[in-house]
Ligand binder design. Structure first.
Ligand SMILES: CC(C)[C@H](C(=O)O)[C@@H](O)C(=O)O
Ligand code: SF4
Length: 464
């Protein structure tokens, strides 16, 4: 029987199949950050356990780190404690950690792929919902809870019920000026934030095949925002070219062997998914969100829906959301004044996002009334920005680069958007208070963010 990419990887990792119960699945790669790991290490200590396969786990502090003066001690005591605890745990359990100041430090979902730790065909977990990012390589990657982090550290396995599978196919080509972020925001706006609950999604079709690895990571990153367990894209030449030569990617004979296996992974003709969805890629416009969940996205030219366009069951939360945002039903998004712009996060903090941003701001000047945080996803991205001279373009336009980390994506450091202020953000969540208490987030891609940074308002980047 023809099988799917998901089925092939899952089946290759089953250690024990329990009848009517969860599967014991072997995990190839485990990532850890400072927020969800402390209790897991405490658990190991209490049980007198070591880490079963230390070489399979990689640590990087990212959420609680400042984006200025990283060479100085972290000022906030809670953040300092989180990061120090991760460092202590790495030392005690003999794990590799790319700590503050390390050339490989950065957001865990950015540094894994950069270093060739994320590879096709793998099972990958991390105590973080956006682990779905790594599915872009044709791997089964998903977020886990802290007790599961402990389980993986202790046994390199996890207990998981087998999810259902969904394929989303995007036929046709994207319009000029439409990015991977727009694909994701469009998809969530169509399927809703609960639309993929219980499923593992495979993204397919011409528009997906033509995306770079950075763009594929953006699409997979947001899978979780429509409730999916994870998202994945079949590995192809784009994937292999990206992976080849990276530090931890297989080399020589091991590369040829791995490549031959990876080429067998794509979903076969006639394979059956539990659900199939199809979109026309040419219909997708630059997107922006107007509400307080990532499903509340519209084309940049569209108006906020009026109340009678909303399903009766959702009307109360729709009104509450608009009240929080200070918007009225039926209003146009284009032309609305904004206060902050954030370029960064594991969604849009990679080199191509900085190239896209620079392509818009080149030769122009930052709007005076807007505060702009440009935060590379990793030091490798930062280095590449400088190597390509993008920093010069950004500086000439009045911007400055900050140091890598999660930053204003969830404001666990000092990068907080003040109450009532509007931020166009390339991150993935626009929940109430996500970017700081009372902050108002408008999710968008890097081109829309750049256009807003130049004009101080919601602007279609294609008009600049
Ligand atoms: C802190 C962490 C548990 C959380 C997640 O799981 O996604 C964070 O990364 C986020 O983006 O909200
Ligand atoms: S950048 Fe944002 S979404 Fe990604 S891991 Fe950090 S906090 Fe979570």
């Amino acid at each position: 029987m023809p099988s799917t990419l998901f089925d092939k990887i899952w089946d290759a990792h089953v250690v024990t199949a329990v009848k009517n119960g969860p599967t014991q699945l072997y995990i190839d790669r485990h990532y850890c950050h400072e927020v969800t790991s402390p209790q897991a290490f405490d658990g190991l200590r209490k049980r007198g356990l070591q880490v079963f396969r230390p070489e399979k786990t990689t640590l990087s502090p990212d959420h609680n780190i400042p984006t200025l003066f990283q060479d100085q001690p972290i000022k906030d005591p809670i953040s300092k404690n989180q990061v120090d605890t991760l460092t202590r745990n790495a030392q005690e359990f003999g794990l590799t950690m790319y700590g503050l100041g390390h050339a490989k430090n950065g957001i865990i979902h950015v540094i894994g792929p950069e270093n060739g730790l994320t590879l096709p065909g793998m099972t990958i977990v991390c105590g973080d919902s956006h682990t779905s990012t790594h599915g872009a390589f044709g791997s089964i990657a998903f977020g886990i809870g802290t007790s599961e982090v402990e389980m993986v550290l202790a046994s390199q396995c996890i207990l998981q019920p087998r999810p259902k599978t969904m394929r989303i196919t995007y036929n046709g080509k994207l319009q000029q000026g439409v990015t991977a972020k727009d694909i994701a925001l469009y998809t969530i706006s169509q399927l809703t934030t609960g639309g993929a609950t219980g499923y593992f999604v495979e993204y397919a079709g011409e528009a997906i095949r033509s995306l770079s690895m950075e763009e594929r990571m953006t699409v997979c990153n947001l899978s979780i925002e429509m409730g999916a367990r994870g998202g994945m894209i079949a590995p192809d030449e784009t994937t292999f070219t990206y992976v080849k030569g990276r530090e931890f990617a297989p080399k020589g004979e091991a590369w040829s062997k791995a490549l031959a296996y990876w080429q067998t992974l794509p979903t076969e003709e006639g394979a059956v998914f539990d659900r199939e969805v199809t979109f026309d890629a040419s219909q997708i416009e630059p997107m922006i969100t107007y509400g307080t969940n990532p499903g509340m996205g519209i084309s940049i030219h569209a108006s906020i829906p009026s109340i009678n366009q909303i399903d009766p069951a959702g009307q109360i939360s729709f009104e509450k959301s608009l009240k929080y945002m200070g918007f009225a039903p039926g209003e146009q998004m284009e032309g609305k004044a904004i206060d902050y712009v954030f370029l960064g996060s594991c969604t849009n903090g990679r080199i191509e996002d900085f190239r896209a941003f620079a392509s818009i701001v080149k030769g122009k000047k930052k709007a005076d009334n807007v505060i702009v945080w440009l935060v590379p996803g990793s030091w490798a991205v930062e280095k590449q920005i400088r190597a390509e001279g993008l920093d010069k373009i950004l500086e000439d336009a009045g911007f400055e680069l900050r140091q890598p980390g999660c930053s204003a994506c969830l404001a666990m450091n000092e990068d907080k958007v003040p109450a009532g202020k509007y931020a166009v953000s390339t991150s993935n969540r626009n929940f109430e208070g996500r970017q700081g208490p009372g902050s108002r987030t408008l999710l968008a891609g890097p081109l829309v963010a750049a256009a807003a940074a130049i004009t101080g308002q919601i602007t279609d980047p294609r008009t600049l």
